[in-house]
Design a protein around this ligand. Structure first.
Ligand code: PMP
Length: 450
């Protein structure tokens, strides 16, 4: 390994960072993270801070799970790679599909398609949704519905259903036939509706209206996050996902639950859909499936979708889609160990308790600081704090101040994530009460310095 001087000099010189402007990385050098233990990370200057981001909403087990690390290391020696394209398989992939199916069977998921990450899983769901309708004899169903402020990764399909213009504008034209419904965001919405249940009703009406306008026989699927994550941790009313499920059923539209963040315990349940009492037709997952230790995702299908592929008589049910690393044996070994550890440690229960603690602590900070416009969370370990320069006018805080808050919080011992003018948190699901208290204390210092 090269020495620290080499790393500092070459930091972002040759490496283009995702979600950053290359020139900005030259002037605002990215923090070089050199190690991690438990729920904390250490940087090149030997600062150790609690990682309230959980890597990127993914390190559910924290950084020190040796069971998962050993499973990965062992598999590297047994079989480091083999393809799972039709014709060959491998033992960990078979076992992982069994384990993932068992995990998500209460959500109705019965078939698993492994991918290399969340964007891949979303893409897989979108593509298979179209193929499902073709196989059923409704090839006109090609369009997709989604929600504004939703994040579904950065492939062209995912970016097309994405509900944040920042991820779209430079890459247009995107997929035609994608239509975006309002987000269940009570703090800002086109209806000026602050009541979550009423807002859910209004969005349901707009969705019905759009379906009538497009023609329901042109729509393949509606994709949504059970709780919008990257868009700012937007928690809908408990009726919302059920309302959309009911609309999809009535119009023969598949419901895809994008569980890349919300799967595997983050919401306080094993899936976000389960949290709201809904069974989707398809689910996209990644992140917590290996706790971020290896890049893996999974797209999943319910029996209704599986039957159409498996009982096909058209001869068109070949899935001409997949990734070199689909069902990667090392990834699959990571999945098996991660799921076992996730269940053994009952991460969902800790996520629920610590999530409530973090949310309630953030609400107390909102009483203290006028710059806090909105606090969202309370459903597991995802919390968003929206920062404004004027509470009455809800003016988004400028980015210089946001960066100052971020740095002060870091210096006070906690890494948080900025999503525009939101402070976003999704710590490891293993976090303790004392560690959540230390996050809240660091936030307090950061807001005081704004
Ligand atoms: N869907 C959702 C809901 C996500 O949060 C993300 C990533 N944050 C993705 C898809 C894309 O996943 P990836 O970055 O692994 O491609």
């Amino acid at each position: 390994m090269k020495d620290d001087n080499f790393l500092r000099e070459n930091n972002a010189r040759h490496l283009w960072h995702p979600m950053a402007a290359p020139a900005d990385m030259q002037t605002n050098a990215p923090k070089i993270i050199t190690g991690a233990e438990g729920v904390s990370i250490t940087d090149i200057d030997d600062n150790t801070v609690v990682d309230a981001v959980g890597g990127l909403w993914c390190v559910n087990l924290g950084y020190s799970n040796n069971t998962v690390k050993e499973a990965i290391a062992k598999q590297l020696y047994d079989l480091p790679y083999y393809s799972a394209f039709g014709g060959t398989s491998n033992p960990p992939a078979i076992e992982a599909s069994y384990a993932v199916r068992e995990f998500f069977e209460p959500d109705g998921m019965v078939r698993i398609f492994f991918t290399s990450g969340g964007s891949d899983s979303v893409e897989t769901c979108l593509r298979l949704a179209r193929q499902y309708h073709r196989l059923r004899g409704e090839p006109t169903r090609t369009k997709f519905l989604s929600l504004k402020k939703g994040y579904h990764g950065t492939h062209f399909g995912g970016a097309s259903v994405n509900g944040n213009n920042r991820f779209r504008i430079n890459y247009e034209p995107l997929l035609p036939g994608c239509f975006h419904m309002p987000s269940p965001y009570t703090y800002r919405n086109p209806f000026d509706e602050t009541d979550p249940a009423k807002l859910a009703q209004s969005i349901a009406k707009v969705t019905e209206d759009e379906i009538a306008f497009q023609g329901s026989n042109t729509i393949a699927a509606l994709i949504m996050e059970p709780i919008q994550g990257a868009g700012g941790v937007i928690v809908p009313d408990s009726s919302f996902m059920k309302l959309l499920r009911e609309i999809c059923d009535r119009h023969g539209i598949l419901l895809i639950s994008d569980e890349v963040i919300t799967g595997f315990g983050r919401t306080g349940d094993w899936s976000g859909a389960r949290h709201w009492g809904v069974q989707p037709d398809m689910m996209s997952t990644a992140k917590g499936i290996t706790s971020g230790y290896f890049p893996v995702g999974a797209a999943m299908m319910n029996q209704k979708v599986a039957d159409v592929f498996e009982n096909d008589t058209t001869g068109e049910a070949g899935i001409y889609h997949g990734y070199t690393y689909s069902a990667h044996p090392v990834g699959a070994a990571a999945v098996i160990a991660t799921l076992a550890e996730t269940q053994r440690l009952d991460l969902k229960t800790n996520a629920a308790a610590r999530g409530t603690q973090l949310y309630e602590g953030a609400l107390k900070l909102a009483d203290k600081y006028d710059i806090i416009g909105d606090v969202r969370g309370g459903h597991g370990l995802m919390t968003g704090i929206e920062i404004v320069s004027d509470r009455t006018a809800k003016t988004p805080m400028d980015m210089d101040t946001m960066k100052r808050i971020h740095q002060t919080v870091y210096e006070a011992g906690t890494m948080v994530r900025l999503g525009a003018h939101n402070v976003l948190m999704s710590p490891p699901l293993t976090i303790t009460e004392a560690e959540v208290d230390s996050i809240l204390a660091a936030l307090d210092k950061g807001f005081a310095a704004a």
